[in-house]
Design a binder for this molecule. Structure first.
Ligand code: AMP
Length: 249
C-alpha cells in the first residue's frame, strides 16, 4: 500500500513571531523554520504502518519554496522512501494546496493520504477536508488512532466530549491530531542516508494547476500587548474591581 504524506514548512513552534513593519505579514527573515508538528505526526504514522508491514512505500510531498527540501529531507530521514517538492514561492491558499495535492494523488495513486489537522502558521485546518472533497475519498479528520484492515481503515477521531470511530473505504484521507503518536527523532545514519533518497521537483504548471487566489490578506497585526497587572490588598477590593472596573461580575 502506497501512503502519501503532506508536510508543510512552517515557522518553528519555539519562535516568537514578529509582524513586518508594513503589516503585510509575518517577518520570516532569519527565522528558524521546521516541519509543521502535525505533519511530523503524519510522517510517524506512515512509518509505523510501514514497520507493521501495512504500507509498502511512503511518499512525502511539500508545496513551497526550494528551501522546503529541508523538511522533505527530514521526512526522508524519519523513514519516508521518496519525496516530491511542488515548488512555488507564492503564499498559497489551502484550496490551491489541496488542488496541487489532488494532482499528486492522481499521479501517484496512493491508498492513504495523511496530512496534519492544521498548519501552525496559518491555523487553517482546511487542506485535508478540501482534498477529500476534490478526490471524493472518505475522510477521517483529527485522528487519534488508525487501524488498516483489508480495504478499510478505522479512524478514531477526537470530537467534542469523546472519541468517534469511523470506517473508511480505501483510498482515504486522514488528518492527524496530537494524541495519534509521539514522533521519533531522526538518527544521524538515517540523516546521512536520506541525502541519497530520491527527491523530485515539480511545478504547479507541470501539474496543470492554477494557484490563482481569490483571497487577499489586508493586514496582519500582532496581538495587543498585555498591560501590567496590579496587586489588591483584600478580597473585598478584588470584588469591587471585578464589579466596577472590569465589569465581569
Ligand atoms: P492547513 O489546512 O493549512 O491548516 O494545513 C493542514 C495540513 O495540510 C498540514 O498539516 C499539511 O499536512 C497539509 N498542508 C498544508 N499546506 C501545505 C503545503 N504547503 N505543503 C504540504 N502540505 C501542506
Amino acid at each position: 500500500m502506497k501512503v502519501l504524506v503532506a508536510v508543510k514548512r512552517v515557522v518553528d513552534y519555539n519562535v516568537k513571531v514578529r509582524v513586518k513593519a508594513d503589516n503585510s505579514g509575518v517577518d520570516l527573515a532569519n527565522v528558524k523554520m521546521s516541519m509543521n508538528p502535525f505533519c511530523e505526526i503524519a510522517v510517524e504514522e506512515a512509518v509505523r504502518l510501514k514497520e507493521k508491514g501495512v504500507a509498502t512505500e511512503i511518499i512525502v510531498v511539500s508545496i513551497g519554496p526550494t528551501t522546503a527540501q529541508e523538511q522533505l529531507r527530514t521526512a526522508l530521514a524519519l523513514g519516508a522512501d521518496r519525496a516530491i517538492l511542488v515548488e512555488s514561492a507564492e503564499d498559497l491558499t489551502s484550496l490551491a494546496v489541496a488542488k496541487l495535492l489532488k494532482a499528486v494523488v492522481d499521479k501517484e495513486q496512493p491508498q492513504l493520504v495523511i496530512l496534519g489537522k492544521q498548519a501552525i502558521d496559518s491555523d487553517n485546518n482546511q487542506t485535508g477536508q478540501m482534498l477529500a472533497a476534490l478526490t471524493g475519498y472518505g475522510q477521517g479528520t483529527f485522528a487519534s488512532k488508525v487501524e488498516v484492515a483489508g480495504d478499510k481503515v478505522a479512524v478514531t477521531r477526537e470530537v467534542d466530549g469523546g472519541a468517534q470511530t469511523v470506517s473508511l473505504s480505501l483510498p482515504a484521507i486522514i488528518t492527524t491530531d496530537l494524541r495519534l503518536n509521539e514522533p521519533r527523532y531522526a538518527s544521524l545514519p538515517n540523516i546521512m542516508k536520506a541525502k541519497k533518497k530520491p527527491l523530485e521537483v515539480l511545478t504547479p504548471e507541470a501539474l496543470g494547476v492554477s494557484t490563482a487566489s481569490t483571497n487577499k490578506t489586508l493586514k496582519v497585526e500582532a496581538p495587543a500587548a498585555r498591560s501590567a497587572g496590579i496587586k489588591v490588598k483584600s478580597v473585598a477590593e478584588l470584588v469591587e474591581k471585578l464589579k466596577n472596573e472590569a465589569k465581569v461580575i
